[in-house]
Design a binder for this molecule. Sequence first.
Ligand code: KG4
Ligand code: ZN
Length: 391
Amino acid sequence: MRILAIETSCDETAIAVLSATKAKNPTITVEAHLVASQAALHAQYGGVFPNMAKREHARAILPLVIETLKKAKLYKKKAAPLSAAAEKRLRMLLEREPELLELFLSEIPRMARPTVDRIAVTVGPGLAPALWVGINFARALSLVWDIPVVPANHMEGHVLSVAVPASKKKFALSEKSLGLPAISLLVSGGHTEIVFAKKIGSYKLLGRTRDDAAGEAFDKVARMLELPYPGGPEVSRLAKDARIADLPKTLALPRPMLASPDFDFSFSGLKTAVLYHLRDLAATGEAIDANKKMEIAREFEDATCDVLVKKTLRAAEKHKAKHIIVGGGVSANAELRTRLSAAARASGISVTFPTKGLSTDNAIMIGLAGLFGKPAPISSKKLIAQGNMEL
Ligand code: KG4
Ligand code: ZN
C-alpha cells in the first residue's frame, strides 16, 4: 500500500509518500517528504491570516507534489490528456482556487499517473480556508488518477508522529512501538489538549485549553517582545539565554489552572499578565532592554511548562498510563522536553517526543493517520473541512 499524504491545515504545505507492508503491525517506509513553510510570509504580519494561508497553499501544493514524487522516483513525463468531461469537473472542483486550477491543467496532463494506492488529506482540525485547498486538490487528483481519498485527523497525526525515527526512513508502527495506552499532550499553535490514547484510532479527550493554545500564547508574547513569528522558538531562545546568564528573578507570572482538578488549560490570562507587566514597566519609565525581555521570556516559559508538565503527569497517574506522548509545534520546546522527561522519570513513566523536524506540521504524520487512523474512508465527494474536528 502506497499513500500520498497532503497537509494544509495551517501555514505549512506538506506532502509525503509513504508505503506500508501490511495492515497489522506494519513496517512503514517514508519514500519522500517535503514541507513548504509560509512562516516567512506570515512573519511580516505577526500571525497567520487564513485567506493568505489559503492562497499560498494553492500556489505551493502542485509544485510540491511533483517535487515529492520526483524524490520518491514516482514521477514520469507522459502525455496524459484530460477528457473534456474531466476538465469540466476539475473546473468546478477548483473554482475557488483559479491559480491552482491553471497549474493543474498545465502539469497533470504531462505526467503519468504515479503508482499510488491512496491519497490521505487532512480534513481537520485547522483553518477552514486552508483545509479546503488540500481537500479540493486531493479530490482533483482522485478524479484524474482514480485513486481513493482517505480523510486524516491532524491531531491524530501529531500523536502518531512519535513513531517516526530520527532517520525518517523505515520504522514499525504498532501499539507497542507507540507505547499505548498512553497520555498524549498535544500542544500547537491552534490546540492544547490532553488525550488518553488507548489504541491506534481510539482516543478520549480529557481536557483542552479554554482560550488560547500554548503555541498561540508563545506567539503573542513574542509579538509583545517585538520578536518575529513564529514566536515559540524565539521566546525559548531568550529564556535559555536568561538561564545561562542566571538573571535574578524579579517577575512572578501566574500559573493558570495549575490547581484545578480537571485537565483543562487557560493561557490567555498568562499572556495578559505579560502585557500588564510591560505596561507597568513603560509607565514607570523603566527601559525594556534585552535583559528585561530575557527575564520575561524565561518566566513565561517556566509558567507555561509548570502547567503543562503538572497536568500531563496528573492525567498519566489518574489513568495509570506508563507512557506519555507529546506532539505539536510546542513539543519542540527544549525546556518542556527537559522538565517533562525529568518529572515523568521520577514517577516511573516514559515520554516520547517527535524527532527533529516532526514536532511541527508535516505530511508523514498525515500519511500515518490516513493509513491507520480513526476516520473511516469515505467517498471523496463527501470530504469536507472540519475546522473544529475532535479526536
Ligand atoms: O503544530 P504546529 O506546527 O502548527 C499548528 O498546528 O498550530 O505548531 C506551531 C506552533 C507555533 O505557535 C510555534 O510558535 C510553536 O508551535 N513552536 C514552539 C517552538 N517551536 C514551535 N513553541 C515553543 N517552543 C518552541 N521551540
Ligand atoms: Zn499541528
